[in-house]
Design a protein around this ligand. Structure first.
Ligand code: FPP
Ligand code: MG
Length: 294
């Protein structure tokens, strides 16, 4: 039987090694330290694992997806460094450690985020081997689109604009989450698929899978903010209520939110039926998203 926990633990260990190697120290030491502090702070490493698992599902060469997998975690990490800044969510803890700006100061934290973001693209362009150059260009397009105003940045802007508003609609909330969280999760899957040379039909199926788990992921995030402790989360719990954030539990209540997340994961899994046992890792990741405790 497929053991989800040992699969995820094994993949996480590999990803930690790839990430450590991806960003050696350099000069000025201070910026490299700040970048490595957040990049190597642990975390679930779901994004790189998703990218590698999707590439393997389509019989791609796993090693060709390692630079993209690392780049996705670099982008995710930079978005968290910036999200935690006083000008945004003003958080002191992330992944059980002090946030980047609490250790290095706001100036360096902003620059560490900028440097991680630009390095992510350099790393993909420079290190992706053994696939046609066209696929690498396509991956870079996928990544840049997920990050910009039509992706993470757009979602974050809407999130900030809705803070403190009491009448945020379900559509606006979905816009925030599709962009802020969903876009990068979808990019994990589509970049892994692209590197494996995916056909349009596979890309469409896998994008639908990713959209569904992306939304489920964020619903669970909102639920955990209410139900889990700061120790369990490694970051301050209950922030959404104090910051008057628009969330699913606020809109629907905890029970309906939970049921909706399960429904989304079921729909995601249905997209994978056609791949049989080869899809076990992606199915396991989908289930992990609703079962997770942090
Ligand atoms: C965490 O959400 C934040 C994000 C998922 C993304 C934030 C995006 C930005 C700061 C834009 C970054 C800039 C670029 C160029 C990509 P949350 O606050 O709901 O979750 P949390 O409780 O973990 O902080
Ligand atoms: Mg935040």
């Amino acid at each position: 039987m497929f053991d989800l926990q040992s699969y995820l633990n094994g993949q996480k260990e590999l990803v930690e090694k790839y990430l450590d190697e991806s960003l050696p120290m350099g000069e000025p030491a201070k910026i490299y330290e700040a970048m490595r502090y957040s990049l190597l702070a642990g975390g679930k490493r779901l994004r790189p694992i998703l990218c590698l698992a999707t590439c393997e599902l389509l019989d791609g060469d796993r090693t060709s997806a390692i630079p993209s997998a690392c780049a996705l975690e670099m982008i995710h990490t930079m978005s968290l460094i910036h999200d935690d800044l006083p000008a945004m969510d003003n958080d002191d803890y992330r992944r059980g450690k002090l946030t980047n700006h609490k250790v290095y100061g706001e100036d360096i934290a902003i620059l560490a985020g900028d440097a991680l973001l630009t390095y992510a693209f350099e790393y993909v362009a420079r290190e992706t081997k053994n696939v046609p150059a066209q696929r690498v260009v396509k991956v870079l397009t996928i990544l840049t689109q997920a990050v910009g105003a039509q992706g993470l940045v757009g979602g974050q802007v809407m999130d900030l604009e809705c803070e403190g508003k009491i009448d945020v609609s379900a559509e606006t909330l979905s816009f925030i989450h599709v962009h802020k969280t969903g876009a990068l999760l979808e990019a994990c899957v589509t970049s892994g698929a692209t590197l494996a040379g995916a056909k349009e039909k596979d890309l469409h199926r896998l994008s639908t899978y990713a959209k569904n788990i992306g939304l489920a992921f964020q619903i669970i995030d909102d639920i955990l903010d209410v139900t889990a402790t700061s120790e369990e989360l490694g970051k301050t719990a209950g922030k959404d209520v104090t910051a008057q954030k628009a969330t699913y539990p606020k809109l629907w209540g905890l029970e309906v939110s939970q049921a909706k997340a399960h429904e989304l994961v079921e729909s995601a899994m249905a997209q994978l039926d056609i791949y049989g046992d080869k899809a076990l890792p992606l199915q396991a990741i989908a289930q992990f998203i609703v079962k997770r405790k942090n």
